[in-house]
Write a protein that binds this ligand. Structure first.
Ligand SMILES: NC(=O)c1ccc[n+]([C@@H]2O[C@H](COP(=O)([O-])OP(=O)(O)OC[C@H]3O[C@@H](n4cnc5c(N)ncnc54)[C@H](O)[C@@H]3O)[C@@H](O)[C@H]2O)c1
Length: 247
């Protein structure tokens, strides 16, 4: 471990699962930067209430200038980035013929372009330090291939491909690149959107561990992948879904 605290940038952490990633990395002793289109004040408050260190920077991961500003602010405040969690997403659901090209581009832009843009901006700082962790958030839907989710599942397949290829580029620099693929997780937002549909219960019944995934079930995988203990794990996808997808 270095003598200084490490710094983690978590995209899309103003709400949902991202808030829990941020809280866990802060509990692990890292400075946390919440990079989201929306103000991340609520996440900052949660982290600081638990004794952690966090700041929020409004940032659009699809915009290079915005991400360069993020990088510069993180440099000024904490001296650089050690851990990048690519978590931001936007959703567009519906069958192929109902979706528009705009819907498709929106999901691919946040879900895939975002990884390229943030990694290009933040990897130089990791290279300089000879240590880094990139953790990309995929989804178990890539293994389930559900209908009505073509842009999202395509993006998540892209996340896995991006991870594998970038892992090969960066392994010699002390930087690992991995994915976490959660199952359908109950957050405030997903409960609002899907709570009445019976979807949580139907999916839980198919899992080896038959209960709905909570964000707290996911964070242990992140903590491990961001740690020194995971130094020899790279290019991998950890499915954390109670055993729904079994490879
Ligand atoms: N919730 C689930 O059931 C579930 C299941 C599997 C995988 N995942 C994955 O977990 C991650 C988090 O999902 P969630 O459901 O908590 O998401 P969410 O929709 O609750 O939050 C996404 C966040 O990303 C931010 N965001 C959107 N576009 C952005 C942009 N251009 N730049 C910066 N921030 C942007 C939003 O403002 C929001 O705060 C995603 O990668 C998602 O695909 C979620």
């Amino acid at each position: 471990m270095p003598s200084r605290p490490r710094t983690a940038v978590v995209t899309g952490a103003a709400q949902g699962i991202g808030q829990f990633w941020a809280q866990r990395l802060a509990t692990d002793g890292m400075n946390v930067v919440i990079a989201d289109l929306s103000p991340g004040d609520e996440t900052v408050a949660r982290v600081t209430a638990a004794g952690g260190q966090a700041i929020a920077i409004v940032c659009d991961v699809t915009d290079e200038t915005s991400v360069q500003n993020l990088r510069d602010e993180v440099e000024d405040r904490f001296g650089g980035t050690d851990v990048l969690v690519n978590n931001a997403i936007t959703y567009a659901q519906g069958s192929l013929l109902k979706l528009t090209l705009k819907d498709w581009r929106k999901v691919l832009s946040v879900g895939v372009d975002g990884l390229f843009i943030t990694s290009r901006a933040l990897v130089p700082s990791m290279k300089e330090r000879g240590w880094g962790r990139i953790i990309n958030i995929a989804s178990n839907t890539f293994g389930l291939a559900m209908p009505g989710m073509v842009p999202y599942i395509t993006a998540k397949g892209g996340v896995i491909g991006f991870t594998r290829s970038l892992a090969s580029e960066l392994g010699a620099c002390g930087i690992t690149v991995n994915c976490i693929a959660p199952g359908l997780t109950r957050t405030e937002q997903s409960a609002q959107a899907l709570g009445a549909s019976g979807m949580f219960e139907r999916i839980a019944a198919m899992q080896a561990i038959p209960r709905t995934v909570k964000p707290e079930d996911l964070v242990g995988a992140l903590s491990f992948l961001a740690s020194d203990d995971a130094a020899f794990v790279t290019g991998q996808t950890f499915v954390v879904d109670g055993g729904l997808v079994r490879h």
